[in-house]
Design a protein around this ligand. Structure first.
Ligand SMILES: [Zn+2]
Length: 101
């Protein structure tokens, strides 16, 4: 995740992941996203990895493959990847408009 206002922290209280709702136990390392007007969200590391993967798939590969080639490489269509990514952003209170800051 490349947004600003994120950080890797060790949680001091049990938290629920903003994406998958899994419990992030006290003392566990996770990522926080702090958005103005939204507040702080906690994201478990497996969701962070998934978002990183979705971001690189939707951005990185997308530039080099047409939809058909893309589907062969990724076994997921680009629109599916983008909609999953949008869903993640939505849960983090991030407006999807290419906004990364
Ligand atoms: Zn999670």
């Amino acid at each position: 995740m490349n947004f600003t206002n994120t950080g890797i922290v060790t949680v001091r209280k049990d938290r629920a992941c903003a994406i998958c709702d899994n419990m992030i136990n006290r003392g566990t390392v996770c990522k926080t996203v702090n958005r103005k007007g939204v507040g702080r969200k906690w994201v478990c590391l497996s969701c962070v990895e998934r978002i990183d993967e979705l971001e690189s798939l939707s951005g990185g590969l997308g530039a080099n493959f047409d939809d058909e080639g893309y589907a062969q490489v990724c076994l997921e269509s680009k629109s599916e990847i983008q909609s999953e990514l949008m869903d993640c952003y939505d849960k983090l209170g991030i407006k999807f408009s290419g906004e990364n800051a």
